[in-house]
Each structure stands twice: as C-alpha cells, then as structure tokens.
Ligand binder design. Structure first.
Ligand code: CS2
Ligand code: MN
Length: 377
C-alpha cells in the first residue's frame, strides 16, 4: 500500500491509504441477470479484452441481505460464460440510513451481512450511491441525435416542471419493460413522502448520516477485502431541495476524509461529475486515482450550463477530452475496474435505455485503445 501525495488546488492532498486493487486495470461491462437484460453474457465475452461484468441481484428489496445461495448461482452462471464477477453495482442503501432514522442500525447490519456474502463469492469492488430519494435523473430516455441514434438527455427546466414521481413513471414507461436501476417501483411509491422529509434535512445532517454509515460498514469492507466506491450524484447540482453530497472535487475530498481507509473510495463517473463544466475531470482523476476502485467513463455534450445529452464515447462526439481523462487515470496509477457507461441506442437495437450492447462495445474498444496507446508512449 503506497503512501502518496498530490496537489489539490493549493492544498496538498495526502493519504496513507492509496489503494492497490489489482496490478492492472480491468475492462468490464454492466449486466443485469435473471432475464432483465437484452444483452447476453456470451455477447459480452466476445467484446475484445472485456474480462467481467458489474452486476446485481435486482430482485432483492432494498435493505435486505443478498442471499448467499443466489449470489453463488449468479457467480457460477457468469463464470460458466468465461467472465468474472468481481464488481457489484449497486447494493442500494436503504432510505432510513440516508434519513438517519433509528431503524438505520438494522439496515446497516443487513448491509454488512451482504458485504460478507459478496466477499464469499469473490467480489472485490462495490459501487453504491448516497443520493436521497432518487438515483440519476433525466428528462428523456430516447432523445434523437443527428446521426439517427437515441440517447438519454437532461433538460433542467423540463426536470423542474415534472415532479419526481412523474419522472419515474415516464422513465419506466420508456424503459421497454426492463427495470431501471434506481427507479424501482417501491421507491416511486414512497417518493412524495421522502421528498417532504428531506426538505428539513440540512446538508450537515446528511453528511453526518453518510459518516455514520461509513463508520459502520467500512471496517466490515476492510475485513471482507471489498473496495467500496461511492457513485457521484447525477446530476451534480441541487434538485427539488434535496441534499447533494458527491458533486465536486472539494466534496470528494471531504467524503474520503470522513472515513480514511483504502476500502472507502470513489466510483469515478465522468458523465455525472462532468455535467457541471466547473468540474475538471482530468484533475479529479489525477488527484484521486489512488482512491478509485472503479470508473464509469463516458462522454456528454452540454447545450447550456444545466442541459446535456449523453453522446458516443470519443472526444470528438462530446465535450470531454477522453484522452486527457484516460491519461490522468493512467498516470495517477489507476488499477481498478473501468466500464464504458451509458451508450447510444444504435443499429436498431432494442435494449434498456443506456445499456445496449453495440455502443457500449464501441466505447470499451475505444477506451482500451486509448489505454494501450497511453501505455506505449
Ligand atoms: C447510473 C446509476 O452510473 C450509472 O449507470 O445510471 O444507476 C449508478 O449505477 C448508480 O447510481 C450507482 O449506485
Ligand atoms: Mn455512472
């Protein structure tokens, strides 16, 4: 475990706890089991150099222990297809934990048991988020681009005009029958009440609730050998008066310091953090690469400070310099898992919005090409 020092703004950022997840980066793809995905493991196996999947047990209600027998069966299915199951995305955090209710202790214990069960089937990295009420937000799931493809898009005014439950209904209606992670039907039912609850929760209290969670789960993750990576808030700006935490380099630094452990890290999501043009993604990669077990790398095109479309992965197709991002990860010593993130829907594919095979395969190949070229300079 290397000690490392990096400059963060004018303050040096020092940590004894840079992680060593693996000896080399691994390219993976997100995949949903139990028939909840149009993409097969056999197809993923044929994308050059993709070694595994980030997956989940979508049927287990939020807060309950993920059963060992189901995890074993899932691992065996993935291994039989010639792929690894080293990354889980996501074990969602029960709303009572985020709200700081007395009942949180029981859900935290169950979270810890899930961590132990994940370790028992060889999982090394866990992606989760701490967004109140809703996971990611978009105004449209099939926004047409000039090339005839469709993408997820976000228009701030349109989002403000809709109430969150209506967004949930609209998103599920456009999801072709696939589950939309983060917009589970049980969440939608409780949404109005949850929204009201958070109007009286300050950011300070919310940070304290996050710290309480970390203090309870990170020691278990350490024992289990699991690297946890929190996913940034998507989009990274205030919405509906809800507290937001993982939105900027400063907040990432605050978060990592809440519980300083190699097992308490960040899932980089370029598309989430980068929606705010003030976030310098290559700088964030250089600064925190040692605390990132997992990276979601995709591109977006901004149309206004708070309006954007997701785009194809190459730099030329969006606002990000993907070479600079991958170079910063490489030079920062990143040795975790990378996946292409949401892709366009192309070539007539009918898949879960954002999670088709074709454009994500193009994304993986492009990112691997950049990585190889950077390594050979
Ligand atoms: C998002 C999230 O990164 C993504 O693909 O769409 O659903 C993400 O998986 C979660 O926020 C991670 O917990
Ligand atoms: Mn992401």
């Amino acid at each position: 475990m290397a000690a490392w020092i990096l400059n963060f703004g004018d303050k040096p950022y020092f940590s004894h706890t840079a992680i060593k997840v693996m000896t080399a980066m691994k390219m993976i793809l997100r995949w949903f089991p139990h028939g909840d995905d149009s993409v097969t493991l056999a197809q993923i196996r044929q994308i050059p150099c993709v070694t595994g999947v980030a997956t989940c047990l979508p049927g287990v209600p939020v807060g309950e222990v993920w059963p060992l027998a189901m995890l074993r069966a899932l691992r065996d299915e993935i291994h039989a297809a010639g792929l690894e199951m080293e990354v889980i995305e996501s074990v969602n955090v029960h709303e009572d934990i985020k709200k700081g209710l007395p009942t949180r202790n029981q859900y935290i214990e169950q979270y810890n048991q899930t961590l132990r069960n994940l370790a028992a089937v060889g999982v090394k990295c866990l992606c989760y988020n701490f967004m109140p009420v809703m996971d990611w937000t978009r105004s449209e799931l099939a926004h047409p681009l000039e090339d005839g493809s469709t993408v997820l898009s976000y228009r701030h005014e349109a989002v403000l005009r809709m109430n969150p439950a209506a967004i949930g209904d609209a998103l599920l209606g456009d999801a072709r029958g696939y589950s939309m992670p983060g917009w589970e039907p049980e969440r939608l039912g409780a949404m109005q009440e949850d929204m009201r609850f958070y109007q009286n929760v300050s950011r300070e209290t919310y940070w304290a609730n996050l710290q309480y969670f970390l203090d309870a789960v990170v020691p278990v993750a350490e024992e289990a050998g699991i690297f946890m990576g929190i996913h940034p808030d998507d989009p990274p700006w205030p919405l509906y008066g809800l507290p937001k935490v993982i939105t900027s380099a400063e907040n990432i630094q605050t978060f990592l310091a809440l519980h300083d452990s190699p097992n308490n890290g960040l899932t980089l999501c370029t598309g989430s953090l980068g929606a705010n043009a003030a976030n310098d993604i290559p700088a964030i990669c250089r600064t925190f690469a040692g605390r990132m077990p997992f990276a979601h790398v995709r591109n977006i095109r901004r149309h206004a400070p708070r309006d954007f479309d997701e785009s194809a992965h190459p730099s030329a197709c969006g606002d990000f310099d993907m070479y600079a991002i991958m170079k910063a990860l490489y030079e920062g010593g990143f040795d975790g898992y990378i996946r292409p993130d949401h892709g366009r829907m192309i070539w007539g594919e009918k898949a879960r919005p954002g999670y088709g095979l074709y454009d994500r395969a193009l994304g993986a190949a492009y990112l691997l090409g950049l990585w190889e070229a950077i390594g050979k300079r």
